[in-house]
Design a protein. Structure first.
Length: 149
């Protein structure tokens, strides 16, 4: 026959653990949210520090224009999305090197654009936009024509 004191002690410990878990769950949730917020703030700080560094380099070079400007004021402003560029390249069924040939840049540039390591210049954005309306066959024909020359 079990000892009533041991059973009572076990039951009290179980209920105490359950209560402690219930009371600390809210704190754990808040702590996780704070950690995520802190991580987001750190990423933002790193991004801003990179922008400041880039801007200070431009000022040191003597350029007073913003870093993103290429001096092409005419034409519509183009937005750039790395994921859309990759999707467009896959839609055309081209490798990064072939896509780069159509645009007139290196394959490494396309790789860096797609991975968010760099952004295309305004002239290159126009070339990318020009490829937006073509299909696989036309892209292959243009590529073949460029490789023959």
């Amino acid at each position: 026959m079990p000892n009533i004191a041991a059973v009572l002690k076990d039951e009290i410990a179980r209920i105490a653990r359950k209560e402690a878990r219930a009371q600390t769950a809210e704190f754990k949730k808040a702590s996780a949210q704070y950690r995520a917020h802190i991580a987001a703030l750190r990423r933002r700080i790193d991004e801003l520090e990179r922008e400041v560094k880039r801007a200070s380099k431009e000022v040191a070079k003597g350029n007073s224009a913003p870093v993103e400007a290429d001096g092409d004021a005419e034409g519509p402003a183009r937005r750039f999305s790395a994921t859309r560029l990759a999707a467009q390249r896959h839609k055309l069924g081209l490798s990064a090197a072939d896509f780069a040939t159509l645009i007139g840049v290196s394959g490494q540039s396309v790789y860096k654009w797609e991975h968010g390591e760099a952004r295309p210049r305004a002239r290159q954005l126009e070339a990318i936009a020009a490829l937006r309306g073509i299909g696989k066959r036309e892209a292959a024909a243009r590529l073949a024509q460029m490789q023959q020359q």
